[in-house]
Unconditional design. Structure first.
Length: 139
């Protein structure tokens, strides 16, 4: 079974969210993956952190997390198949709520989960019901 962490799940893991830590505790390391897109999004957020000491702490923790993922080849690029699925997702109206569209980056992560037949680890979102082939597990 392959679990692809959403960007938010990756952030939650990085910041020590107790629900995420509890969820991942019994999962085999070789079954956990993250999208390279999520890595870029997390690094962007870390780089925006204004507290230099906290930014350094987050960077160190993130590098340690990535080291573990690399050990099991758990960093997934956006490949051709996922890119084609992403193009389809871009033509859909997917909303987080009444006024916020799902970002292109989030759609890339979803496309990777769909093409890999992975379970996306994410909080339940309104748009998930529009994607019946997307398997979701909420931590």
């Amino acid at each position: 079974m392959i679990y692809l962490l959403s960007t938010q799940a990756l952030l939650d893991l990085l910041t020590g969210d107790s629900k995420m830590e509890s969820w991942i505790k019994d999962k085999p390391a070789q079954g956990i993956e993250v999208s390279a897109v999520s890595i870029g999004q997390v690094l962007h957020l870390i780089n925006k952190e204004t507290d230099a000491a906290f930014r350094k702490e987050l960077t160190g923790a993130f590098e340690k997390l990535l080291l573990g993922l690399r050990r099991y080849q758990g960093i997934i690029p956006l490949d051709e198949s996922a890119s084609k699925t992403w193009a389809t997702l871009m033509s859909m109206t997917l909303m987080h709520g009444e006024s916020k569209h799902v970002s292109p980056e989030t759609r890339m992560v979803i496309a990777s989960a769909l093409t890999r037949n992975a379970i996306l680890v994410d909080a339940v979102r309104p748009y998930h019901s529009q994607l019946p082939s997307l398997k979701i597990q909420s931590p």
